[in-house]
Design a binder for this molecule. Structure first.
Ligand code: ADP
Length: 483
Protein backbone atom coordinates (compact mmCIF):
# COMPACT_ATOMS: atom_id res chain seq x y z
CA UNK A 1 0.00 0.00 0.00
CA UNK A 2 1.84 3.05 -1.23
CA UNK A 3 0.94 6.70 -1.06
CA UNK A 4 -0.08 8.64 -4.13
CA UNK A 5 3.34 10.21 -4.53
CA UNK A 6 4.94 6.75 -4.80
CA UNK A 7 3.19 6.43 -8.16
CA UNK A 8 3.98 9.89 -9.46
CA UNK A 9 6.76 9.69 -12.04
CA UNK A 10 8.23 12.76 -13.69
CA UNK A 11 9.95 10.74 -16.43
CA UNK A 12 8.67 8.88 -19.46
CA UNK A 13 9.06 5.10 -19.76
CA UNK A 14 10.95 3.94 -22.83
CA UNK A 15 12.43 0.46 -23.15
CA UNK A 16 12.13 -0.11 -19.41
CA UNK A 17 14.03 3.10 -18.56
CA UNK A 18 12.57 6.21 -16.93
CA UNK A 19 14.03 9.07 -18.95
CA UNK A 20 13.65 12.82 -19.57
CA UNK A 21 12.77 14.46 -22.86
CA UNK A 22 15.78 14.74 -25.17
CA UNK A 23 15.78 18.52 -24.87
CA UNK A 24 15.02 18.47 -21.14
CA UNK A 25 11.67 20.21 -21.70
CA UNK A 26 8.84 19.68 -19.23
CA UNK A 27 5.12 20.33 -18.94
CA UNK A 28 3.42 21.40 -15.71
CA UNK A 29 0.69 19.21 -14.30
CA UNK A 30 -1.95 21.33 -12.60
CA UNK A 31 -4.28 20.32 -9.77
CA UNK A 32 -7.52 21.68 -11.21
CA UNK A 33 -9.04 22.20 -7.77
CA UNK A 34 -6.38 24.68 -6.76
CA UNK A 35 -4.81 25.75 -10.04
CA UNK A 36 -1.43 24.87 -8.58
CA UNK A 37 1.28 22.73 -10.14
CA UNK A 38 1.68 19.27 -8.66
CA UNK A 39 4.76 18.49 -10.70
CA UNK A 40 6.07 18.21 -14.21
CA UNK A 41 6.38 15.57 -16.90
CA UNK A 42 8.70 15.44 -19.91
CA UNK A 43 7.72 17.27 -23.08
CA UNK A 44 8.74 14.49 -25.45
CA UNK A 45 8.43 14.54 -29.23
CA UNK A 46 9.19 12.60 -32.40
CA UNK A 47 12.62 11.20 -31.46
CA UNK A 48 11.56 9.76 -28.12
CA UNK A 49 8.45 8.30 -29.76
CA UNK A 50 10.57 6.63 -32.42
CA UNK A 51 12.71 5.00 -29.74
CA UNK A 52 9.66 3.87 -27.78
CA UNK A 53 8.25 2.28 -30.92
CA UNK A 54 11.53 0.50 -31.59
CA UNK A 55 11.59 -0.76 -28.01
CA UNK A 56 8.02 -2.01 -28.33
CA UNK A 57 8.86 -3.67 -31.62
CA UNK A 58 11.92 -5.41 -30.14
CA UNK A 59 9.90 -6.52 -27.10
CA UNK A 60 7.18 -7.85 -29.40
CA UNK A 61 9.61 -10.44 -30.79
CA UNK A 62 9.68 -12.28 -27.48
CA UNK A 63 6.46 -11.14 -25.83
CA UNK A 64 4.33 -12.36 -28.74
CA UNK A 65 5.76 -15.83 -28.19
CA UNK A 66 4.90 -16.07 -24.51
CA UNK A 67 2.08 -18.47 -23.74
CA UNK A 68 -1.43 -17.25 -23.10
CA UNK A 69 -1.14 -18.64 -19.57
CA UNK A 70 1.98 -16.56 -18.92
CA UNK A 71 0.32 -13.39 -20.17
CA UNK A 72 -2.83 -14.17 -18.20
CA UNK A 73 -0.75 -14.42 -15.03
CA UNK A 74 0.96 -11.08 -15.69
CA UNK A 75 -2.42 -9.44 -16.18
CA UNK A 76 -3.89 -11.06 -13.08
CA UNK A 77 -0.93 -9.82 -11.06
CA UNK A 78 -1.36 -6.37 -12.57
CA UNK A 79 -5.03 -6.32 -11.62
CA UNK A 80 -4.17 -7.34 -8.06
CA UNK A 81 -1.46 -4.68 -7.84
CA UNK A 82 -3.99 -2.03 -8.92
CA UNK A 83 -6.45 -3.11 -6.24
CA UNK A 84 -3.71 -3.29 -3.61
CA UNK A 85 -2.95 0.36 -4.37
CA UNK A 86 -6.45 1.56 -5.14
CA UNK A 87 -6.45 4.42 -2.62
CA UNK A 88 -3.08 5.79 -3.69
CA UNK A 89 -3.90 5.55 -7.39
CA UNK A 90 -7.28 7.20 -6.79
CA UNK A 91 -5.69 10.08 -4.95
CA UNK A 92 -3.17 10.58 -7.74
CA UNK A 93 -6.04 10.56 -10.24
CA UNK A 94 -8.10 13.07 -8.27
CA UNK A 95 -5.16 15.40 -7.84
CA UNK A 96 -4.48 15.66 -11.55
CA UNK A 97 -8.01 15.22 -12.90
CA UNK A 98 -10.27 16.75 -10.28
CA UNK A 99 -13.05 14.21 -9.99
CA UNK A 100 -14.28 13.36 -6.46
CA UNK A 101 -12.16 10.78 -4.69
CA UNK A 102 -14.97 8.22 -4.53
CA UNK A 103 -15.32 8.38 -8.31
CA UNK A 104 -11.58 8.14 -8.78
CA UNK A 105 -11.61 5.02 -6.61
CA UNK A 106 -14.42 3.64 -8.71
CA UNK A 107 -12.46 4.32 -11.88
CA UNK A 108 -9.35 2.61 -10.52
CA UNK A 109 -11.55 -0.34 -9.56
CA UNK A 110 -12.82 -0.44 -13.13
CA UNK A 111 -9.23 -0.48 -14.37
CA UNK A 112 -8.52 -3.55 -12.26
CA UNK A 113 -11.74 -5.17 -13.52
CA UNK A 114 -10.81 -4.60 -17.17
CA UNK A 115 -7.33 -6.01 -16.66
CA UNK A 116 -8.72 -9.07 -14.86
CA UNK A 117 -11.30 -9.60 -17.61
CA UNK A 118 -8.59 -9.60 -20.27
CA UNK A 119 -6.41 -11.87 -18.14
CA UNK A 120 -9.27 -14.35 -18.39
CA UNK A 121 -9.92 -13.72 -22.10
CA UNK A 122 -6.22 -14.17 -22.93
CA UNK A 123 -6.68 -17.93 -22.57
CA UNK A 124 -9.70 -18.06 -24.87
CA UNK A 125 -8.31 -16.77 -28.14
CA UNK A 126 -9.64 -19.70 -30.10
CA UNK A 127 -9.18 -20.34 -33.80
CA UNK A 128 -11.18 -22.61 -36.14
CA UNK A 129 -10.81 -25.57 -38.38
CA UNK A 130 -13.03 -25.34 -41.41
CA UNK A 131 -14.38 -28.30 -43.43
CA UNK A 132 -12.12 -28.41 -46.47
CA UNK A 133 -13.46 -28.42 -50.03
CA UNK A 134 -10.34 -30.45 -50.99
CA UNK A 135 -9.82 -34.03 -49.86
CA UNK A 136 -6.04 -33.68 -49.53
CA UNK A 137 -5.95 -30.34 -47.73
CA UNK A 138 -6.96 -29.05 -44.32
CA UNK A 139 -7.98 -25.53 -43.38
CA UNK A 140 -6.99 -23.90 -40.12
CA UNK A 141 -7.70 -20.40 -38.86
CA UNK A 142 -5.40 -18.98 -36.20
CA UNK A 143 -5.23 -15.64 -34.44
CA UNK A 144 -2.03 -13.75 -33.83
CA UNK A 145 -1.24 -10.43 -32.14
CA UNK A 146 -1.20 -7.50 -34.58
CA UNK A 147 2.09 -6.08 -33.27
CA UNK A 148 2.97 -2.73 -31.74
CA UNK A 149 -0.08 -0.75 -30.61
CA UNK A 150 -0.14 3.05 -30.28
CA UNK A 151 -2.65 4.08 -27.60
CA UNK A 152 -3.81 7.68 -27.12
CA UNK A 153 -6.11 8.53 -24.21
CA UNK A 154 -8.07 11.53 -22.87
CA UNK A 155 -8.21 13.38 -19.55
CA UNK A 156 -11.68 12.36 -18.35
CA UNK A 157 -10.90 8.73 -17.43
CA UNK A 158 -7.10 8.76 -17.35
CA UNK A 159 -6.76 5.34 -15.72
CA UNK A 160 -9.58 3.17 -17.07
CA UNK A 161 -9.31 4.34 -20.69
CA UNK A 162 -5.79 2.99 -20.70
CA UNK A 163 -6.87 -0.24 -18.97
CA UNK A 164 -9.24 -0.94 -21.85
CA UNK A 165 -6.31 -0.72 -24.25
CA UNK A 166 -3.40 -2.19 -22.29
CA UNK A 167 -5.56 -5.14 -21.14
CA UNK A 168 -6.51 -6.50 -24.58
CA UNK A 169 -3.15 -5.55 -26.10
CA UNK A 170 -1.18 -7.60 -23.58
CA UNK A 171 -3.73 -10.41 -23.56
CA UNK A 172 -3.30 -10.74 -27.32
CA UNK A 173 0.50 -10.60 -27.11
CA UNK A 174 0.91 -7.06 -28.44
CA UNK A 175 3.23 -4.41 -27.05
CA UNK A 176 2.19 -0.82 -26.39
CA UNK A 177 3.32 2.77 -26.77
CA UNK A 178 0.88 4.90 -24.79
CA UNK A 179 0.32 8.64 -24.82
CA UNK A 180 -2.03 10.07 -22.19
CA UNK A 181 -3.59 13.54 -22.28
CA UNK A 182 -1.13 16.20 -21.15
CA UNK A 183 -3.53 17.37 -18.41
CA UNK A 184 -3.58 13.93 -16.75
CA UNK A 185 -0.28 12.13 -17.40
CA UNK A 186 0.40 10.73 -13.93
CA UNK A 187 -2.32 8.07 -13.93
CA UNK A 188 -0.82 6.77 -17.17
CA UNK A 189 2.77 6.84 -15.94
CA UNK A 190 1.53 4.92 -12.87
CA UNK A 191 0.77 2.01 -15.20
CA UNK A 192 4.51 1.88 -15.84
CA UNK A 193 5.24 1.68 -12.12
CA UNK A 194 2.69 -1.11 -11.71
CA UNK A 195 3.99 -2.98 -14.75
CA UNK A 196 7.49 -2.91 -13.29
CA UNK A 197 6.21 -4.11 -9.92
CA UNK A 198 4.62 -7.21 -11.41
CA UNK A 199 7.49 -8.02 -13.76
CA UNK A 200 6.04 -7.19 -17.16
CA UNK A 201 9.11 -7.24 -19.42
CA UNK A 202 10.84 -3.99 -20.39
CA UNK A 203 9.57 -2.51 -23.65
CA UNK A 204 6.16 -4.19 -23.46
CA UNK A 205 4.58 -1.00 -22.09
CA UNK A 206 6.15 2.34 -23.05
CA UNK A 207 4.59 5.62 -21.89
CA UNK A 208 5.22 9.03 -23.43
CA UNK A 209 4.12 12.49 -22.40
CA UNK A 210 4.53 15.66 -24.41
CA UNK A 211 3.55 17.08 -27.75
CA UNK A 212 0.32 15.44 -28.92
CA UNK A 213 0.99 16.47 -32.49
CA UNK A 214 4.53 15.09 -32.59
CA UNK A 215 3.90 11.89 -30.65
CA UNK A 216 0.62 11.26 -32.49
CA UNK A 217 2.29 12.03 -35.82
CA UNK A 218 5.06 9.50 -35.23
CA UNK A 219 2.72 6.83 -33.83
CA UNK A 220 0.44 7.10 -36.86
CA UNK A 221 3.19 7.24 -39.50
CA UNK A 222 5.80 4.80 -38.21
CA UNK A 223 5.34 1.52 -40.11
CA UNK A 224 6.35 -0.53 -37.06
CA UNK A 225 3.09 0.49 -35.36
CA UNK A 226 0.34 -1.82 -36.61
CA UNK A 227 -2.61 -0.47 -34.71
CA UNK A 228 -3.81 2.84 -33.32
CA UNK A 229 -6.33 2.84 -30.51
CA UNK A 230 -7.68 6.23 -29.53
CA UNK A 231 -10.23 7.64 -27.11
CA UNK A 232 -10.99 11.32 -27.48
CA UNK A 233 -12.71 13.90 -29.59
CA UNK A 234 -14.17 13.14 -32.99
CA UNK A 235 -12.03 15.87 -34.56
CA UNK A 236 -8.74 14.39 -33.38
CA UNK A 237 -10.02 10.88 -34.18
CA UNK A 238 -10.63 11.88 -37.78
CA UNK A 239 -7.18 13.38 -38.01
CA UNK A 240 -5.60 10.18 -36.65
CA UNK A 241 -7.66 8.07 -39.06
CA UNK A 242 -6.31 10.12 -41.96
CA UNK A 243 -2.75 9.90 -40.69
CA UNK A 244 -3.02 6.14 -40.06
CA UNK A 245 -4.33 5.58 -43.57
CA UNK A 246 -0.91 6.14 -45.14
CA UNK A 247 0.41 2.91 -43.61
CA UNK A 248 -2.98 1.15 -43.42
CA UNK A 249 -2.97 0.58 -39.69
CA UNK A 250 -5.77 -1.10 -37.85
CA UNK A 251 -7.74 1.45 -35.87
CA UNK A 252 -10.06 1.52 -32.88
CA UNK A 253 -11.71 4.84 -32.19
CA UNK A 254 -13.80 5.78 -29.16
CA UNK A 255 -14.94 9.24 -30.11
CA UNK A 256 -17.43 11.85 -28.99
CA UNK A 257 -20.88 11.30 -27.66
CA UNK A 258 -23.81 13.38 -26.55
CA UNK A 259 -26.07 10.79 -25.05
CA UNK A 260 -29.82 11.34 -25.15
CA UNK A 261 -31.75 10.40 -22.04
CA UNK A 262 -35.45 9.90 -22.86
CA UNK A 263 -38.17 9.79 -20.24
CA UNK A 264 -41.53 8.58 -21.55
CA UNK A 265 -44.79 9.35 -19.80
CA UNK A 266 -45.11 5.71 -18.72
CA UNK A 267 -41.73 5.77 -16.95
CA UNK A 268 -41.13 5.11 -13.29
CA UNK A 269 -40.33 8.74 -12.61
CA UNK A 270 -38.38 8.28 -9.39
CA UNK A 271 -36.15 5.75 -11.09
CA UNK A 272 -35.75 8.02 -14.10
CA UNK A 273 -34.76 11.00 -11.97
CA UNK A 274 -32.24 8.95 -10.01
CA UNK A 275 -30.84 7.55 -13.26
CA UNK A 276 -30.67 10.96 -14.89
CA UNK A 277 -28.85 12.51 -11.96
CA UNK A 278 -26.36 9.64 -11.76
CA UNK A 279 -25.80 9.47 -15.50
CA UNK A 280 -25.90 13.12 -16.27
CA UNK A 281 -23.78 14.47 -13.48
CA UNK A 282 -21.25 11.70 -13.19
CA UNK A 283 -20.53 11.45 -16.91
CA UNK A 284 -21.74 14.84 -17.98
CA UNK A 285 -22.24 14.45 -21.69
CA UNK A 286 -25.92 13.67 -21.85
CA UNK A 287 -29.10 15.56 -22.32
CA UNK A 288 -32.56 14.57 -21.26
CA UNK A 289 -35.83 14.66 -23.11
CA UNK A 290 -39.01 14.26 -21.18
CA UNK A 291 -42.62 13.62 -21.95
CA UNK A 292 -43.65 14.11 -18.34
CA UNK A 293 -43.42 16.45 -15.37
CA UNK A 294 -39.80 15.43 -14.98
CA UNK A 295 -38.92 19.09 -14.54
CA UNK A 296 -40.64 19.23 -11.19
CA UNK A 297 -38.13 16.83 -9.69
CA UNK A 298 -34.51 17.37 -10.55
CA UNK A 299 -33.96 20.45 -8.41
CA UNK A 300 -34.32 18.63 -5.15
CA UNK A 301 -32.30 15.68 -6.33
CA UNK A 302 -29.37 17.64 -7.69
CA UNK A 303 -29.16 19.48 -4.38
CA UNK A 304 -27.78 16.32 -2.83
CA UNK A 305 -24.88 16.15 -5.26
CA UNK A 306 -21.42 16.82 -3.94
CA UNK A 307 -19.47 19.19 -6.14
CA UNK A 308 -16.71 17.74 -8.18
CA UNK A 309 -13.37 19.16 -7.17
CA UNK A 310 -13.51 21.20 -10.30
CA UNK A 311 -15.03 21.62 -13.67
CA UNK A 312 -12.78 19.69 -16.02
CA UNK A 313 -9.84 21.63 -17.32
CA UNK A 314 -11.07 21.67 -20.85
CA UNK A 315 -13.77 24.06 -19.75
CA UNK A 316 -11.42 26.89 -19.33
CA UNK A 317 -9.38 26.07 -22.40
CA UNK A 318 -11.93 24.82 -24.88
CA UNK A 319 -13.13 27.41 -27.30
CA UNK A 320 -16.81 27.86 -27.92
CA UNK A 321 -19.64 26.09 -26.26
CA UNK A 322 -18.45 25.07 -22.84
CA UNK A 323 -16.86 28.39 -22.11
CA UNK A 324 -19.93 30.30 -23.12
CA UNK A 325 -22.10 28.09 -20.95
CA UNK A 326 -19.82 28.64 -17.99
CA UNK A 327 -20.29 32.35 -18.25
CA UNK A 328 -24.03 32.11 -17.68
CA UNK A 329 -24.79 34.32 -14.72
CA UNK A 330 -28.42 34.75 -13.98
CA UNK A 331 -31.57 32.76 -14.23
CA UNK A 332 -31.68 32.82 -17.99
CA UNK A 333 -29.12 31.48 -20.33
CA UNK A 334 -28.69 32.71 -23.84
CA UNK A 335 -28.63 30.05 -26.49
CA UNK A 336 -25.10 29.64 -27.70
CA UNK A 337 -24.00 31.45 -30.78
CA UNK A 338 -22.18 28.71 -32.66
CA UNK A 339 -23.66 25.49 -34.02
CA UNK A 340 -21.51 22.68 -35.27
CA UNK A 341 -23.84 21.30 -37.90
CA UNK A 342 -26.01 24.13 -38.82
CA UNK A 343 -25.77 27.68 -39.92
CA UNK A 344 -29.13 28.37 -38.31
CA UNK A 345 -29.23 30.85 -35.48
CA UNK A 346 -30.24 29.33 -32.16
CA UNK A 347 -33.74 30.31 -31.26
CA UNK A 348 -35.40 30.85 -27.90
CA UNK A 349 -33.90 30.84 -24.45
CA UNK A 350 -33.24 27.95 -22.13
CA UNK A 351 -34.40 28.51 -18.56
CA UNK A 352 -32.25 27.62 -15.57
CA UNK A 353 -34.27 25.43 -13.22
CA UNK A 354 -31.51 24.78 -10.75
CA UNK A 355 -27.83 25.66 -10.61
CA UNK A 356 -26.67 27.91 -13.40
CA UNK A 357 -23.79 29.55 -11.62
CA UNK A 358 -20.45 28.91 -10.08
CA UNK A 359 -20.50 26.78 -6.95
CA UNK A 360 -20.00 28.48 -3.56
CA UNK A 361 -16.97 26.24 -3.21
CA UNK A 362 -15.09 28.53 -5.53
CA UNK A 363 -14.38 29.86 -8.93
CA UNK A 364 -13.23 26.56 -10.34
CA UNK A 365 -16.45 24.75 -9.46
CA UNK A 366 -19.79 24.85 -11.17
CA UNK A 367 -23.19 23.91 -9.81
CA UNK A 368 -25.15 20.96 -11.12
CA UNK A 369 -27.43 22.71 -13.57
CA UNK A 370 -30.74 21.75 -15.11
CA UNK A 371 -32.03 23.80 -18.05
CA UNK A 372 -35.62 23.71 -19.22
CA UNK A 373 -37.05 24.77 -22.60
CA UNK A 374 -34.04 23.50 -24.51
CA UNK A 375 -34.43 23.05 -28.25
CA UNK A 376 -32.51 21.46 -31.07
CA UNK A 377 -31.08 24.73 -32.37
CA UNK A 378 -28.99 25.16 -29.23
CA UNK A 379 -25.37 24.08 -29.16
CA UNK A 380 -25.69 21.57 -26.39
CA UNK A 381 -28.10 19.61 -28.55
CA UNK A 382 -25.15 18.69 -30.77
CA UNK A 383 -21.89 19.28 -28.94
CA UNK A 384 -20.33 17.36 -26.10
CA UNK A 385 -20.88 19.33 -22.94
CA UNK A 386 -18.36 17.93 -20.44
CA UNK A 387 -19.91 19.81 -17.59
CA UNK A 388 -22.66 19.30 -15.01
CA UNK A 389 -25.34 20.76 -17.24
CA UNK A 390 -28.51 18.89 -18.17
CA UNK A 391 -30.62 20.62 -20.80
CA UNK A 392 -34.14 19.20 -20.88
CA UNK A 393 -36.11 19.04 -24.13
CA UNK A 394 -39.82 18.28 -24.36
CA UNK A 395 -41.31 15.80 -26.79
CA UNK A 396 -44.85 14.65 -27.54
CA UNK A 397 -44.62 11.30 -29.33
CA UNK A 398 -42.42 8.22 -29.46
CA UNK A 399 -41.51 8.96 -33.07
CA UNK A 400 -40.45 12.45 -32.20
CA UNK A 401 -38.35 11.21 -29.27
CA UNK A 402 -36.51 8.72 -31.49
CA UNK A 403 -36.02 11.33 -34.19
CA UNK A 404 -34.65 13.85 -31.67
CA UNK A 405 -32.35 11.21 -30.19
CA UNK A 406 -30.99 10.12 -33.56
CA UNK A 407 -30.59 13.65 -34.91
CA UNK A 408 -26.86 13.85 -34.27
CA UNK A 409 -23.70 12.62 -35.92
CA UNK A 410 -22.87 10.86 -32.65
CA UNK A 411 -24.01 7.38 -31.73
CA UNK A 412 -22.29 6.35 -28.52
CA UNK A 413 -24.90 5.81 -25.79
CA UNK A 414 -28.61 6.43 -25.32
CA UNK A 415 -30.84 5.90 -22.29
CA UNK A 416 -34.58 5.72 -21.97
CA UNK A 417 -37.20 5.05 -19.34
CA UNK A 418 -40.49 3.31 -19.98
CA UNK A 419 -42.50 0.57 -18.30
CA UNK A 420 -44.05 -0.60 -21.55
CA UNK A 421 -42.13 -3.65 -22.85
CA UNK A 422 -43.34 -3.07 -26.41
CA UNK A 423 -42.01 0.44 -26.36
CA UNK A 424 -38.77 -0.81 -24.79
CA UNK A 425 -38.10 -3.05 -27.80
CA UNK A 426 -39.39 -0.60 -30.41
CA UNK A 427 -37.33 2.31 -29.21
CA UNK A 428 -34.21 0.30 -28.47
CA UNK A 429 -34.20 -1.17 -31.98
CA UNK A 430 -34.59 2.24 -33.60
CA UNK A 431 -31.91 4.04 -31.59
CA UNK A 432 -28.72 4.40 -33.63
CA UNK A 433 -26.44 3.95 -30.66
CA UNK A 434 -23.75 1.46 -29.67
CA UNK A 435 -24.97 1.32 -26.05
CA UNK A 436 -28.56 1.51 -24.92
CA UNK A 437 -29.70 1.66 -21.30
CA UNK A 438 -33.37 0.83 -20.73
CA UNK A 439 -34.46 1.96 -17.27
CA UNK A 440 -30.77 2.15 -16.33
CA UNK A 441 -28.46 5.13 -16.35
CA UNK A 442 -25.15 3.50 -15.45
CA UNK A 443 -24.44 0.57 -17.73
CA UNK A 444 -20.70 0.42 -18.30
CA UNK A 445 -19.07 -2.88 -17.35
CA UNK A 446 -15.98 -4.68 -18.54
CA UNK A 447 -18.03 -7.70 -19.67
CA UNK A 448 -20.10 -5.74 -22.23
CA UNK A 449 -18.92 -4.16 -25.50
CA UNK A 450 -18.38 -0.40 -25.38
CA UNK A 451 -18.23 1.43 -28.69
CA UNK A 452 -20.14 3.90 -30.79
CA UNK A 453 -22.09 3.94 -34.02
CA UNK A 454 -21.76 6.64 -36.67
CA UNK A 455 -19.09 9.24 -35.93
CA UNK A 456 -18.75 8.04 -32.34
CA UNK A 457 -16.28 5.42 -33.31
CA UNK A 458 -14.90 2.23 -34.76
CA UNK A 459 -14.47 -1.01 -32.81
CA UNK A 460 -15.43 -2.21 -29.34
CA UNK A 461 -13.65 -2.11 -26.00
CA UNK A 462 -14.19 -4.57 -23.16
CA UNK A 463 -16.10 -7.86 -23.47
CA UNK A 464 -15.18 -10.79 -25.72
CA UNK A 465 -15.30 -8.38 -28.69
CA UNK A 466 -12.66 -6.13 -27.20
CA UNK A 467 -9.85 -8.49 -28.13
CA UNK A 468 -10.71 -8.79 -31.83
CA UNK A 469 -9.08 -5.52 -32.85
CA UNK A 470 -5.75 -6.64 -31.39
CA UNK A 471 -5.67 -9.88 -33.35
CA UNK A 472 -4.96 -10.75 -36.95
CA UNK A 473 -6.87 -13.71 -38.37
CA UNK A 474 -4.66 -16.05 -40.38
CA UNK A 475 -5.87 -18.75 -42.74
CA UNK A 476 -3.48 -21.66 -43.05
CA UNK A 477 -4.00 -24.30 -45.74
CA UNK A 478 -2.16 -27.57 -45.20
CA UNK A 479 -1.91 -29.41 -48.51
CA UNK A 480 -0.34 -32.52 -50.02
CA UNK A 481 -1.84 -34.78 -47.37
CA UNK A 482 -2.37 -37.56 -49.93
CA UNK A 483 -5.74 -38.52 -48.49
P1 ADP B 1 -10.68 15.68 -25.27
O1 ADP B 1 -11.60 16.69 -25.87
O2 ADP B 1 -11.36 14.51 -24.65
O3 ADP B 1 -9.57 16.25 -24.47
P2 ADP B 1 -8.84 15.29 -27.45
O4 ADP B 1 -9.20 14.56 -28.67
O5 ADP B 1 -8.50 16.73 -27.54
O6 ADP B 1 -10.07 14.97 -26.49
O7 ADP B 1 -7.67 14.58 -26.69
C1 ADP B 1 -7.59 13.19 -26.52
C2 ADP B 1 -6.16 12.75 -26.65
O8 ADP B 1 -5.72 13.04 -27.97
C3 ADP B 1 -5.20 13.47 -25.72
O9 ADP B 1 -4.21 12.53 -25.31
C4 ADP B 1 -4.61 14.52 -26.61
O10 ADP B 1 -3.32 14.94 -26.18
C5 ADP B 1 -4.52 13.75 -27.90
N1 ADP B 1 -4.39 14.60 -29.10
C6 ADP B 1 -4.87 15.83 -29.32
N2 ADP B 1 -4.50 16.28 -30.53
C7 ADP B 1 -3.77 15.30 -31.11
C8 ADP B 1 -3.10 15.14 -32.36
N3 ADP B 1 -3.10 16.10 -33.28
N4 ADP B 1 -2.45 13.99 -32.59
C9 ADP B 1 -2.44 13.01 -31.67
N5 ADP B 1 -3.03 13.10 -30.48
C10 ADP B 1 -3.70 14.21 -30.19
Amino acid sequence: MGSWSDFRRDRILVAGQWVSADNGGVLDVIDPATGESIGTVPNAGVAETGRAIEAASAAFETFSRTTAAERAKMLRDLSTAILDNQDALAELLTREQGKPLAEAKGEVGMSAAYILWFAEEARRVYGDTIPSPWGDRRIMVTKSPVGVVGAITPWNFPSSMLARKIGPALAAGCTVVAKPASQTPYSALAWGVLAEQVGIPAGVINILTGSAREIGGELTSNPLVRKITFTGSTGVGKLLLKQAAATVKKVSMELGGNAPFLIFDDADLDRAVAGAVAAKFRMPDRHASAQTDFMSRPGSTTASLKPSRTPPKSWSSAPGSSKVQLSARSSTMQPLPRLRNSSATPSGKARVVTGGKRHPKGDRFYEATVLADANATMNFAHDEIFGPIAPVFKFETEDEAVRLANDTEFGLAAYFYTQDPGRAFRVSERLQYGLVGINEGMITTEVAPFGGFKESGVGKEGSKYGLDDYLDVKYVCVGGLGL
